[in-house]
Design a binder for this molecule. Structure first.
Ligand code: ADP
Length: 396
């Protein structure tokens, strides 16, 4: 086994990467957007260059055909055992999937059944899997779940304090998300420091458009900030994160907002966007720098929430070996990293300002010599982790 085609299928997009798992090289990757709309676009890149196409894509099967065409036209060729397997990212695996699963009728049925918990995410993943089974018959296919890493959460961390029978009936509990990233980054952090993965205590801050924190004890997730859905926890690009549930009752009664309005408000019109008018942290920072008070408050709220979770996870873990920053914001924003750990001197966290501000990329340490807790930047690589887990499952 050497090549895995990793598929991330959203409601109107298809992302893919062909990865050689021996060399860990990306042989080809692409993004197809606006599936089901009147105009569509796709990009396909190989180590030799990038190719852009404008073409409408009716549905997921047509997007799959476009992807196969792109490989045929621009390489690398999909033949002679390439890909050896397909691996699909699936957001919600519930309490059912604690690791990757080889796709068969039973697994398809379970993913479909879990759509009740992730109506925006599981159905498009299923559409992608259906198209892939049709396009690549006879090649093993695997589902890798964002929630799987968090099945180790103890009951006190995953249980909401509400009526237990009602919660059980509707499977209301915390499942977490970003698990593939948290698993990859926490392991790399331990390896980077040369400490045993099985005993390392690592707090991972995955800060992208979506954002979540995770407390990892000996390679196991023991707490995470996303809940039943990816709405709970940190302030995100367009999502509110934590909020008093009574705010919803108040807005429903006083502002006459429907369930759908509230869903739209919290998922798409809150977070950095709601506070400052932009969901992109780069914009928010540049506006704050030119004196925009809303943008400055958005950054302050974002950092306040990050410190809240860092403090909580230091307490849950009883200290940490490392704090690891990852994803778009975590990998690129010295300001957010510095603001997040600024008050943690008492817990043995000492940032090195020069290391933190260095334009260096890749895995790196940004804490000072002698800091008891190491602060690291570890670029995430969810596709590689998905490919690796699939190879491990298929065992060839
Ligand atoms: P996604 O969750 O969609 O994968 P990413 O991990 O790419 O998102 O993160 C996107 C976020 O990263 C955006 O808010 C973007 O502003 C932020 N970001 C990227 N580069 C920088 C930077 N240099 N400084 C601050 N924020 C950045």
């Amino acid at each position: 086994m050497s090549t895995v085609l990793v598929i991330n299928s959203g409601s109107s997009s298809l992302k893919y990467q062909l990865i050689d798992t021996d060399t860990e090289q990306v042989l080809g990757k692409g993004l197809i957007e606006r599936i089901g709309q009147r105009t569509g676009s796709s990009s396909h890149s190989t180590p030799e260059g990038e190719h852009l196409t404008e073409r409408a894509m009716r549905d997921h099967p047509s997007a799959f055909r476009a992807m196969i065409d792109a490989f045929r036209l621009h390489g690398p060729a999909l033949d002679d055992g390439t890909p050896a397997a397909l691996a699909h990212r699936v957001v919600q695996g519930g309490a059912r999937f604690s690791g990757p699963a080889r796709i068969d009728d039973r697994v398809l049925q379970d993913i479909d059944e879990l759509s009740a918990l992730a109506p925006l995410h599981n159905p498009p993943a299923l559409a992608g899997i259906g198209a892939a089974l049709e396009a690549f018959p006879g090649i093993p296919q695997v589902a890798v779940f964002d929630t799987a890493f968090h099945v180790t959460l103890p009951p006190e961390a995953f249980t909401y304090a509400i009526d237990k029978d009602l919660a059980a009936r509707h499977r209301v509990r915390r499942y977490g998300a970003h698990g593939t990233s948290h698993k990859y980054v926490s392991r790399r952090a331990a390896e980077f420091l040369g400490v045993d993965v099985d005993t390392a205590k690592v707090i991972v801050l995955h800060l992208g458009n979506g954002a979540s924190a995770c407390a990892v004890d000996g390679g196991r997730s023991i707490d995470t900030s996303m809940g039943m859905t990816p709405l709970e926890g940190l302030v995100m690009g367009t999502r509110s994160g934590d909020i008093d549930p009574a705010v919803l009752l108040h807005l429903s009664r006083r502002a006459d907002l429907s369930i759908d309005d509230l869903d739209e408000l919290l998922n798409r019109r809150s977070g950095l966007l709601g506070l400052s008018g932009s969901a992109d942290l780069r914009d928010v920072v540049s506006r704050a720098d030119s004196g925009d008070a809303d943008a400055q408050l958005a950054i302050d709220v974002y950092l306040h929430r990050l410190r809240h979770y860092l403090g909580a996870y230091l307490a849950q873990l009883g200290g940490a070996d490392a704090i690891a920053f990852t994803a778009g914001v975590g990998e690129n924003s010295p300001r957010i990293r510095a603001g997040a750990v600024a008050t943690l001197g008492f817990a043995g966290v000492q940032l090195d300002e020069v290391r933190n501000s260095s334009p260096e990329r890749g895995e790196r340490i940004i804490s000072a010599e002698g800091s008891r807790v190491a602060v690291l930047v570890i670029p995430t690589n969810e596709e590689l982790e998905i490919a690796r887990q699939s190879v491990e499952l298929l065992g060839t």
